[in-house]
Design a protein around this ligand. Structure first.
Ligand SMILES: Cc1cc2nc3c(=O)[nH]c(=O)nc-3n(C[C@H](O)[C@H](O)[C@H](O)COP(=O)(O)O)c2cc1C
Length: 382
């Protein structure tokens, strides 16, 4: 049995990723901010809800397909944007985008990806979104919009929970730079993972790909906190977000909302979607777990925008809980990165296969056959 076949859940991929990656790379993937309280609570939050099954229903045909911002997806699990994906496996963003397309779902590319907007689009013709961080140089945003239009990206997603970079002490201790570069310390770490190091030295492209032609914005081997402080604009406000929505003129999501007040404001300025997210516990520690704030956000938005949720989704039952509480779909970050590190594109394929079969089995056990069946009648909190 191959290593991937012996993976039955996300934790199994995580265990392999931990062995395969140098410590500084695994910690960047796995870690959170400060004391990692929000990181832990993201998963714990789901355990505060229980599911209420109905029985003796014909569940022989389960359909996981649904529609997200006008696009049909074959399962309600989308790919959240993550920076520098080639760090985790040399096949990087292209492999994840292809796996997402095969699974029939949407791939989101990060502003700080290691594969460019254009190269990712060429690698996969599946549906794609592009995530925006706002550089101090606003021309970069305009340029991103033009490039995304030309490359056929369906939606833009503005991340708003990074006005300052989270305090990720694991990265500081490990000396992680941005884009990642080898120093004496990190080379030693790499030497104990020769397969990773080989790809790093030969094939991996760890550029800040979308801004690599702008020497100022591309990064100079600072640590991540220094890079973000120098490059990202902390003055960004609701007027700027409204300006971007108008400039783009298509589906636009705001990612990183955890309060009903902000969700309402996002709807008022014309966002078509809200991603309830705390950045996977990597930004403000003690921000609430997303599943706990979802009900009040659903109430505040009252159907005026679509609501997605990420941060802590690991199981089919997590997906079902979020949908039963009113989310259109969920998104995942670390799960696909663990799977990518564990087995490249085949790892991400296997992860989607497992998630699909978990959701399908859980829906059958719950007595539901289609996504629209998942309502608040099936969930209670402890
Ligand atoms: C390694 C890593 C890099 C990330 N990079 C970005 C990014 O560039 N832009 C962004 O909006 N979110 C980024 N995120 C946050 C994810 O989009 C997502 O919100 C988070 O991973 C969801 O939590 P989960 O990992 O528990 O699924 C990153 C997360 C991880 C783990």
């Amino acid at each position: 049995m191959s290593q991937l076949e012996s993976c039955y859940n996300i934790d199994d991929f995580r265990a392999i990723a931990k062995k395969r990656l140098p410590r500084m790379v695994f910690d960047y993937l796995d870690g959170g901010s400060d004391d990692e309280v929000t990181l832990r609570r993201n998963q714990d939050g789901f355990s505060k809800y229980q599911l209420l099954p109905r029985v003796l229903r014909d569940v022989s045909n389960i359909d996981l397909s649904t529609t997200v911002l006008g696009q049909k997806v074959d399962l309600p699990v989308l790919i959240s944007p993550t920076g520098q994906t080639c760090m985790f496996h040399h096949s990087g963003e292209k492999a994840v985008a292809r796996a997402a397309a095969k699974a029939g779902t949407i791939y989101s590319l990060s502003s700080v990806s290691s594969t460019s907007i254009e190269d990712t689009a060429k690698a996969s013709n599946g549906p794609k979104w592009f995530q925006i961080y706002v550089w101090r140089d606003r021309e970069i945003i305009k340029e991103f919009m033009t490039r995304c239009r030309e490359s056929g990206y369906h939606a833009l997603c503005l991340t708003v929970d990074l006005p300052a970079f989270g305090n990720r002490e694991r990265d500081l201790r490990n000396g992680l730079s941005f884009p990642a570069s080898l120093t004496f310390k990190t080379a030693l770490d790499g030497l104990s993972h020769p397969r990773w190091l080989y790809h790093y030295l030969t094939a991996t492209n760890l550029d800040n790909a979308n801004v690599k032609d702008s020497p100022q914005a591309a990064g100079t081997g600072d640590n991540l906190m220094e890079y973000a402080a120098k490059q990202f604009d902390p003055t960004v406000n609701w007027d700027d977000a409204a300006w971007m929505i108008e400039q783009w003129g298509g589906p636009f999501l705001i990612k990183g909302i955890v309060s009903a007040e902000d969700a309402k404001r996002a709807v008022e300025i014309g966002a078509s979607g809200i991603i309830v997210s705390n950045h996977g516990g990597r930004q403000l520690d003690y921000a609430p777990s997303t599943i706990e704030v979802l009900p009040e956000i659903v109430k505040a938005v009252a159907g005026r925008a679509e609501i997605l949720l990420d941060s802590g989704v690991r199981r089919g039952t997590d997906v079902i809980k979020a949908l039963a509480l009113g989310a259109t779909a969920v998104m995942i970050g670390r799960p696909y990165l663990y799977a990518l590190a564990a087995g490249g594109e085949a790892g991400v394929d296997r992860m989607f296969e497992l998630l699909k079969s978990e959701i399908t089995r859980d829906m059958a056990l719950l007595g539901c056959t289609k996504i629209s069946d998942l309502t608040s009648e099936y969930i209670t909190s402890y």
